[in-house]
Structures are given as structure tokens and as C-alpha cells.
Design a protein around this ligand. Sequence first.
Ligand code: PLP
Length: 406
Amino acid sequence: MAFDVEKIREDFPILSRVLPNGNRLTYLDNGATSQKPEVVIERLNRFFREENANIHRGLHYLSAEATSNYENARNSISEYLQTPEDSELIFTRGTTEAINLVTHGFSGEIKEGDEIVITLMEHHANFVPWQILAQKTGAKIRYVTVKDNGELDMEDWEAAFTEKTRIAAFTHVSNALGTINPVAEMTAFARERGVLTLIDGAQSVPHGPVNLQALGGDFFVFSGHKVFGPDGIGVLVGNRDILNRFPPYQSGGDMIDKVAVEGTTFREAPEKFEAGTPNISAVIGLAATFEYLSGLDWDGVRKHEQSLLQETTERLKSAGGVRILGEAPGKASVISFLMDDAHPQDIATILDNVGVAIRTGHHCAQPLMTHFGITGTARASFAFYNNRDDVDALMAGIEKVKRIFS
Ligand code: PLP
């Protein structure tokens, strides 16, 4: 069906909320978390009302039904992501846990003197776990710099690779800048040098289907709550052979093959990495989310998001006294900005007073902020359900900030 933002908005009950201060909700904090369509809310509701049971262990009807819904979710989400044949899809708590699982897995493989490449535009979730891995193992991290316009410096990226490089981890889309990195090119470059790669897809999957076979790479991670699905759930897609040689991340029920006083043997991925009762409802809710997303006209979505981005960027620039951080060509619909005189916190507070939700601060990207010599920005991040009224509300708020601080 052709993309019609007003029709789409009807799918998201929260968007018609009127806030206690009487303002219509203008939700522009989609980079932090996105809103949920009615079908996902209803799917979670149905699970708890009619289907709730633990999986994998019971012989009774409900348990078998929940198990099959859980495993079908794994299959349908794999299909949506076009995962490679030689990969496994593991459910985690989110992007953060998925990356920690991978860095934990590498702790027995990385040795003193090995090198890890990451970038200065990473979210802390794809920064700190690698730092801890490096500290534990004596490995060295090389940090790829970012150009003034927010693009990754690809010359620096290539120069960061040495004979000792073992792993490179990088974001697909920057949460603070909106930059879309050329990840297919990056995974190919790394693969030619025998370097393993992890792509952080937390901010890319919300903006359109990804084809993991085309992107390449050994690991891909993202969070359910940012892709219009439930929170407390995330996905790690990883190369099967590498995962199977990793030690368990957590241990306990469901991940074992045989447990005896003499010792325990483990199952293979994905079960090996899903110890204990998983977030069953969220997995089933995430499958419903991707079913919903599959029905969208993504060409229409992309055009719509790009036109909101363009219009907002132009209006912010012509408002005067606004500096936009990150203007990489073809970027995603995320706008980080600073205003003369007004601190980002003041901007967010004034906008909140008129019902506009944005985010301020370092966006869990402190190394990036330090690189640009600032402590934080104000960030408006758009999803496909945002409309021109949202842009108008944001700009009315910006005018108010200007009046107060002039
Ligand atoms: N990576 C990126 C690019 C993000 O934007 C975020 C969250 O903002 C994360 C990782 C961490 O995601 P989560 O908190 O859902 O684990």
C-alpha cells in the first residue's frame, strides 16, 4: 500500500495522546526508543491473556504453542533480516547485551598485541565492551576518526588496519549524527584482510529493512525497542562457527546438553547463548513487529523521512543561531543541533513545555562529543510516523527558545 503518514499514525495509539499540559504529543525522540503499533500491543496482550507458558520444557499444549511461536519468531525475523546461511540468530536483552556477548566470546581468543578497530562515532554500547576486552587481554584499540561533516574518515579507517588487526566494530547509522556508514564496503575491506566485523544496527533497522547477506560481516546486532517492538529484547546474528567456538556467555537451564557431577556439556548456538527463561512475550511481539514493518511501503517511507529531514534542516538553518552537527550526504533522519546562547538542556525543557519530546546530552557518544569539542547537543530523531505538524511544532518551540534567549 502506498505510504500515507496520516493512515500510518492511526496504527500508533500513543501518537494521539494529549499531554497533561494540554499539548499534542510531538514525539521526536525515536533514536532513544520508538513507539509501538497497535498490532504489537495486541499481540503482547494476546500472549498474556491466552498463551502464556514457558517454552522448551513442557509437554502440555500451551508450552508447545509458546515454543513453536518463539521458534517461528526466530525464523521469521531471520527471513526479514535476510541472514546468511552460515549464521545463527540469538535473542538477547538488547544491542548492549549482544555486543557484550560477542566481546565476552572473544576474551579467550584475543591476545596481547592484537588490535581492534572501532570508530569515534560509536555509542558507548559499542565502545566500552571493546575497551574492557582490550584491558583484559592486552589488545590495543585503534580509533577511526570522524570528518567535520560527520562522515567517517575512510582514509583513517583504512590506515587503522595493520597485520595485527583481529576485529573491527562499527555502527551502521550514528545515533548522534545520523551518518550512514558504508558498511558493505567496510566488511569487505576487513574480510580481505582476515579481520572479523561487528555491525551495530541499532539505528539502521528502524529506517528500513536490512539485507545481512549483502551487508556482509560476522556479527549484526540491534534492539527491539528501537524498531517499534518491545523492550528487553534484542537480536544478535552471528557466524555459526565463531559462535560455536565461543564459551557460554551465561550458564544454567536450556543451554546445556548434559549436566553431571563430573561436568557439563553445552548445546550449540543459538541455545548455548539463551540460558534461562528468555523474554518469550517480547520475542513473539518482535515477530509481530517485523510482520507489521514488512507491510510498509519502504520506498515511500524513505522519501517521507528524507523530506522531513530536509525540511527541518532548512528551517533550523534559516532560523539563525542554530548549528547542525553532522551533515553527511544521505544521512538518516536524525538532527543534532546547538543553539547560540541556549544550552541543550534549556532547549529540551522549553520544547517539552510545548509537547515536543527531543533528547539532549552526549547521546552515549562521549568520545564523539569530545572529538567535536562539545559536551552534548539537542537531538530530534524522526520515525516514519512523524509528520509536518511535528516539524511545525518543533520549529514553534525553537522560535520560543530564541525569544527567551535573545
Ligand atoms: N548502539 C546504538 C547506535 C544506539 O543508538 C544504542 C542506543 O541508543 C545502542 C547501541 C544501545 O542500545 P540498547 O540500549 O537498546 O542496548
